[in-house]
Design a protein around this ligand. Structure first.
Ligand code: SF4
Length: 479
């Protein structure tokens, strides 16, 4: 007898959750009784029934559903906190045939992403936003969210949310329905089966609108967070019914889906040649510098670190620029401490033959440490046999690791001897050139007018001299 499948996973889901780490590839990461699983299923069923798995892009937020991409067999993007509607805008504009589903929780959508959602709704971007409202920050341990109820206890409102100090719970459907552009704005709830059926219908209508390019649909779903609320799953459903519905009544706030006409927007031209033209790429001056075939390195992942004001960023920028002139692929990524001045700063610099993926150097093969805290911090992340160059004028301790190539160089002292501490960055550039063999100091001098465009001849000469000092010091002391 032929086997009849009664229950099965909708085809909107990946059959085996292969992207999920660990052994349990057959279940989600959500807590027992969490509403996310139900909402995911309603979406996945719709994707299958509408036959749009292939053309759909699900945008995952930051929050408990950050890993939604483990589950949906669609195109997936995981984006920065609150930015799903902005990324959704880009996707739907660049590829109008795609069906964009922006999946967001209350912290992501109504707090940090509050402006993003309002602007996307106001533009009538073609997407459906599924807004999961569980009145709390679940992932981070149950803090107050914008939708936390008055009087509700959370880890940050242990005596209950007090409107005098914490404001009132934000009603996003009510807010968004004040705008002109949205076509469909509705609130549903998972507190019982009729509620789940209504959520199913609402999600389908929003997805249908996105398929028909009718613009912006907003489907709020009141959802259980048993862990954050410290309740049993059934209690959590009852709590939605007894407490949440009063502040967040279900119902449809706007529905012009039937009358809405298909929106046709100009599709941006993504012609690489045109982009180069707009950026003035062709007119960029390129030098004829040749890479040194005998260089010790042809791939550097460098971290430069020190106090603000020690030329950290300018060292990185100069090295990236010089590397570019030699025809290397380069990147420079700054990272500042919270202080405005005098705090710690570091930057990642990559100089290599191949195309660069991530710009951050998490496992550098070279570190330039300009002060002691930087040496202590970044020595640890150097790869074995990596190069540790440090400013011996200010750092009196020895590095602890024995598996590194160590270059103590009195960078500040040499810059001071030249009469200007600010040229420390160029001493670094010269030392780098000598250690790696990648650049020639004479050729760097030839680039000075472009590195220091607009500066006086005196400044340029001083910096040339600093490069030469750093270079010579390494050659004389470490060869
Ligand atoms: S913390 Fe809450 S929202 Fe997050 S997975 Fe657990 S139950 Fe779901």
């Amino acid at each position: 007898m032929a086997q009849k499948t009664v229950l099965r996973k909708p085809k909107g889901f990946i059959d085996v959750y292969k992207y999920k780490p660990g052994e349990e590839k057959d279940r989600t990461h959500y807590c027992p009784g969490c509403g996310h699983g139900i909402i995911h299923k309603l979406i996945a069923e719709a994707l299958e029934d509408f036959d749009i798995v292939e053309k759909s892009i699900v945008i995952s937020p930051v929050g408990c559903s950050v890993f939604a991409y483990y589950y949906f067999d669609t195109g997936n993007l995981q984006v920065a906190h609150g930015r799903a509607p902005a990324v959704g805008t880009a996707v739907s504009r660049a590829n109008p045939d795609s069906v964009v589903i922006s999946y967001q929780g209350d912290g992501d959508l109504a707090a940090i992403g509050g402006n993003n959602i309002l602007q996307a709704a106001n533009r009538g971007e073609n997407m459906v936003v599924v807004f999961v409202n569980n009145a709390i920050y679940g992932m981070t341990g149950g803090q107050m969210a914008p939708t936390t109820l008055t009087g509700q206890k959370t880890t940050t409102t242990p005596y209950g949310r007090n409107p005098v100090t914490d404001g009132y719970p934000l009603q996003m459907c009510e807010l968004i329905s004040q705008l002109t552009a949205p076509v469909y704005v509705t609130r549903t709830s998972l507190h019982d089966m009729p509620g789940i059926r209504k959520a199913r219908a609402a999600i389908r209508k929003g997805i249908q609108n996105a398929m028909d390019r009718k613009g912006f649909s907003f489907v709020e779903v009141l959802s259980m967070c048993p862990s954050g609320w410290k309740m049993e799953p059934v209690q959590a459903q009852d709590w939605i019914r007894d407490r949440m519905l009063e502040r967040f009544p279900t119902g449809t706030f706007r529905d012009s889906s039937d009358e809405a006409v298909r929106i046709e927007r100009p599709v941006p031209v993504m012609d690489p040649e045109k982009v180069k033209e707009i950026l003035g790429y062709e007119s960029l001056k390129t030098s004829n510098l040749k890479k040194n075939p005998n260089a010790l390195f042809n791939k550097v992942a460098l971290r430069v670190a020190g106090f603000g004001g020690q030329g950290i960023m300018s060292t990185g920028i100069a090295l990236a620029n010089v590397g570019m002139e030699y025809g290397y692929k380069v990147s420079w990524l700054p990272s500042y401490g919270p202080e405005m001045r005098g705090g710690t700063a570091n930057c990642s610099v990559k100089v290599q033959e191949e195309t660069i993926g991530a710009a951050e150097c998490t496992e550098p093969n070279m570190v330039i440490a300009m002060n002691q805290p930087s040496l202590e911090k970044f020595e640890r992340i150097l790869v074995p046999d990596g190069v540790l160059m440090y400013n011996s004028t200010l750092i009196e301790v020895e590095p602890t690791r024995k598996d590194l190539r160590v270059y103590p160089i009195p960078v500040t002292g040499m810059a001071d001897a030249l009469g200007d501490t600010r040229v420390q960055s160029m001493v670094n550039v010269g030392a780098f050139a000598a250690i790696t063999g990648m650049f020639d100091p004479g050729e760097i001098s030839g680039l000075m007018s472009s590195l220091f465009g607009g500066k006086s001849e005196k400044v340029i000469q001083l910096n040339e001299e600093a490069v030469r000092k750093g270079y010579d010091y390494v050659r004389e002391n470490f060869s």
